[in-house]
Design a protein around this ligand. Structure first.
Ligand code: GLN
Length: 209
């Protein structure tokens, strides 16, 4: 399949940038707000935004169970930031009533970066991506505190950032992970114009279809 149909969950958050990145990677992007739209996609991006708000909107738009069902059936998914939080099996510092879609055997800490500074940037070595480090922008981002045995860590925060700063408690934390058809990053590749992470996800959708 050369041009897979890839949805972007469009309840809230930065949807437009992901749609553009998908087009640039040769996919057919579609915003997803209802079950019939979800049914038509080969893979789905869960964008950054606010995970508690998205969680509520999943109820309002009656997408929670359909989405869990698609994920359970192996639909490729990529979650960025709030999207990573939604895909995680367990979260720390979440709201007790926020839903987890699950599918990614990790524990993430919500707003982990935001406890010190609202945003944080550094270059990351990203396993499996050619062309040098990925510039990563974190906005009140989660980090991964625990990974299950089937989870591959693709990138972690370096001990000294590319700006020469000490990242403090963030040092060494995984910020890009993959488990089979599920990919997640704490950061926002859709904001930097570097299409490699989206390219990786579109390739995952192509291979699974
Ligand atoms: N802090 C947000 C949350 O908990 C995530 C921030 C983001 O997606 N940029 O959902």
């Amino acid at each position: 399949m050369t041009s897979p149909t890839v949805g972007v969950l469009a309840l809230q958050g930065n949807v437009r940038e992901h749609l553009d990145a998908l087009t640039a990677c040769g996919a057919r992007p579609v915003p997803v707000r209802r079950e019939s739209e979800l049914d038509a996609v080969d893979g789905l991006i869960l964008p950054g935004g606010e995970s508690t708000t998205m969680s509520k909107l999943l109820d309002v738009f009656e997408l929670l169970e359909p989405l869990r069902a698609r994920l359970g059936a192996g639909m490729p998914a990529y979650g960025s930031c709030a999207g990573m939080i939604l895909l995680a099996d367990r979260i720390l510092d979440g709201r007790s009533d926020q839903h987890q879609l699950g599918g990614l055997d990790v524990v993430v800490r919500r707003n982990a970066f935001g406890r010190q500074v609202d945003s944080f940037e550094t270059d990351l070595d990203f396993r499996g991506l050619d062309g040098g480090p990925v510039h990563a922008v974190f906005i009140r981002a989660p980090w991964v505190e625990k990974t299950g045995s089937d989870v591959e860590v693709l990138a972690s925060v370096p001990h000294v950032t590319s700006m020469g700063e000490d990242p403090g408690a963030a040092a060494g934390r995984p910020v890009a992970v993959r488990q089979g058809p599920v990919l997640a990053t704490s950061f926002h590749p859709e904001l930097t114009g570097d299409r490699r992470v989206h390219g990786l996800f579109v390739d995952m959708v192509r291979t699974s279809a």
